[in-house]
Design a protein. Structure first.
Length: 468
C-alpha cells in the first residue's frame, strides 16, 4: 500500500491560550498563587537558568536496548554532558521504524542517514561518537575516555567488559570517582545471568506485570503487554535514580564512585504494589480485570459515544456525584443505584456482581454522550474524568499546550519534530531540550580532539582500522 501523501496540519492548529483566558473569572487572590508558580516554572525561561547536572559527564555505551538510552536521556535533559558511544555504523536501534516504513524515519539533511523516531526522541542533548570496543585499540581508547568520565552506562553480556579489561574492577583503578552502571536483561550474577531473552517484552511477562494486564479470560481477554517499552522506561528510571544517589554519596560522603546494576524486570517487580502482600496473605494471585479496578468502583475506562471515557469515583462523595450527573438525564438509574442497599458502602460496591451492575448502568448513560459532553457534565459535579485521547488530540490539548509539555523543535539535521518536552519543571534548574539527536559519529572530531588530543592522522588511521 502506498504511503499517504496528505500533509499534516501545522502545529499548533489551535493557538495556545493566554493567561487572561486561563484565569478569567478568578479573583485576584485566587490567581495569585498559580500565577506565581507559573512565573517561576514556565518552560520559556528554561534557558535563562543553570542546569543541575552541568558538571557531569556520562558515557552511554548501551546498544540494542532502550533502558540505557532512557536512563541517560533523563540525565542529559537535566544538563549532563552525555556522549553516546556507538559501534561503527551506529546502534542498531537507529533502524527501528513502524512497520519497517522508511518514510517514517528522519533523514539527516547533509548525509542522508536515516534514524527512527524512538531512538531520536531519547537522543536529546546527546553527542554521538563511534568506537569499536571489540578491538584492542578501541578498548584502550575507551580506558582513556573513562578517565574523563563521571558515569559509564553499559549493557554488554555479563562479564564481557571485565574479560576485555574495561569492566568496573579495572576502570575504578584508573578513575576511583567513576560511577559504573550496568543495565541489562537478568543481571550479571545469579543462576540465569548468562541466559539471554529478557528484553523488554519478556521482562514485562516475566515479572508478573503482563499476567495482570488485559481483560479477564471470561471476557474473552488474554494477558496484554504494554505497547510502549514500559519495562525499559521503569528500569532506566531506576538506573538514573541510582546514579543520582551515587553522585550525592560521592560528593557528600565518600569521594568515590560505585557499581550500580538495574534490570527492567526487577524494576517492574518493585511497582506491583499490593500484589505481593495479597499473595502472602492467602496465596491469592491478582487477576486481570480489564479496564475495571479491583479496589475501587467506579474507577475505569468506559465506552462512550465517540470513544472511551475514564471516570473515577474513589470515595463516597465522588460516587454519589457520578450518579447525580447520570440522574439528570436518567433519573431511574440514579434511583436504582442509590436505592440499592448493597451499594451504599465502598467495600460493598467491590463485589463482581456489583461492579457489573454499576458499569453497565454507567455505560448506558455514556453511550449517549461524547467524551467532551460527559467530561463537561461530570466536571460540573467535580468528578474526576477525562476522555481517552489520541496523540493528535494530546498535541492540541489546551492544558498540556499551555504548560508547554508538547512542543516542536526545528532540528538543523532532521527538520521539524514534534516531541514530548521535559517533565522537570523546576524553579532554579529545570530540564530542557538543546538539540534532538545527531547522526552517527557526528561528534567524533570534537570529542576525541578535546578529550584525547587526536590529530588528523589519528582519525585517518583509526577509521581505516575500523576502530572509530
Amino acid at each position: 500500500m502506498a504511503a499517504s501523501q496528505d500533509k499534516v496540519a501545522a502545529w499548533p492548529a489551535i493557538p495556545k491560550l493566554k493567561p487572561e483566558e486561563v484565569y478569567a473569572g478568578l479573583s485576584d487572590q485566587a490567581k495569585e498563587y498559580p500565577l506565581f508558580l507559573e512565573s517561576i516554572t514556565r518552560q520559556e525561561h528554561n534557558f535563562e537558568k543553570p542546569e543541575a547536572l552541568s558538571r557531569l559527564r556520562v558515557l552511554d555505551c548501551t546498544t540494542r536496548m532502550m533502558i540505557g538510552h532512557w536512563c541517560s536521556s533523563q540525565l542529559s535533559e537535566l544538563g549532563a554532558e552525555v556522549i553516546q558511544v556507538e559501534p561503527p555504523g551506529g546502534d542498531p536501534l537507529r533502524q527501528l521504524t513502524p512497520f519497517g516504513r522508511q518514510e517514517y524515519m528522519f533523514e539527516d539533511k547533509e548525509t542522508g542517514e536515516k534514524v527512527g523516531g524512538q531512538f531520536l526522541h531519547e537522543m536529546r542533548n546527546k553527542s554521538s561518537i563511534t568506537l569499536n570496543l571489540e578491538t584492542e585499540e578501541g578498548r584502550q581508547i575507551f580506558k582513556d575516555l573513562a578517565v574523563h568520565a563521571d558515569v559509564i552506562i553499559e549493557n554488554a553480556p555479563p562479564g564481557q567488559w571485565d574479560e576485555w579489561g574495561i569492566g568496573y574492577r579495572q576502570l575504578r583503578e584508573i578513575n576511583p570517582r567513576l560511577i559504573y552502571c550496568w543495565v541489562g536483561q537478568r543481571g550479571q550474577w545469579g543462576p540465569l545471568k548468562d541466559q539471554p531473552g529478557m528484553l523488554d517484552p519478556v521482562a514485562q511477562a516475566a515479572c508478573g506485570f503482563v499476567h495482570g494486564t488485559g481483560d479477564p479470560k471470561e471476557f474473552g481477554g488474554q494477558p496484554t503487554r504494554s505497547a510502549l517499552w514500559m519495562a525499559d522506561h521503569v528500569g532506566g528510571s531506576s538506573a538514573a535514580m541510582g546514579i543520582l544517589a551515587a553522585l550525592i554519596y560521592r560528593e557528600n560522603i565518600s569521594g568515590e564512585g560505585q557499581f550500580i546494576e538495574a534490570t527492567s524486570a526487577e524494576a517492574i517487580i518493585r511497582i506491583l504494589d499490593y500484589s505481593w502482600a495479597w499473595y502472602s496473605m492467602d496465596g491469592s494471585i491478582r487477576p486481570r480485570y480489564g479496564n475495571w479496578d479491583l479496589a475501587i468502583n467506579i474507577y475505569a475506562v468506559n465506552p462512550c459515544k465517540d470513544g472511551y471515557m475514564m471516570v473515577g469515583g474513589g470515595h463516597d462523595r465522588l460516587w454519589y456525584r457520578i450518579w447525580r450527573t447520570v440522574g439528570d438525564e436518567q433519573p431511574k438509574v440514579e434511583e436504582d443505584i442509590l436505592g440499592d442497599p448493597h451499594l451504599r458502602e465502598v467495600a460493598d460496591r467491590l463485589g463482581h456482581d456489583m461492579q457489573v451492575k454499576t458499569y453497565t448502568m454507567l455505560g448506558e448513560w455514556l453511550k449517549d454522550n461524547s467524551r467532551s459532553e460527559a467530561e463537561a457534565k461530570l466536571g460540573k459535579q467535580q468528578v474526576a474524568s477525562g476522555g481517552v485521547l489520541y496523540v493528535n488530540e494530546v498535541a492540541e490539548y489546551p492544558h498540556f499546550k499551555y504548560r508547554g509539555h508538547v512542543a516542536e523543535y526545528d532540528s538543523p539535521h532532521y527538520g521539524k519534530i514534534l516531541y514530548g518536552t521535559t517533565p522537570y519543571l523546576q524553579h532554579k534548574t529545570p530540564g530542557r531540550l538543546k538539540w534532538m539527536g545527531r547522526p552517527t559519529g557526528y561528534d567524533n572530531q570534537e570529542t576525541y580532539r578535546s578529550l584525547l588530543g587526536f590529530t588528523r592522522d589519528d582519525f585517518e588511521r583509526l577509521q581505516k582500522a575500523n576502530v572509530i
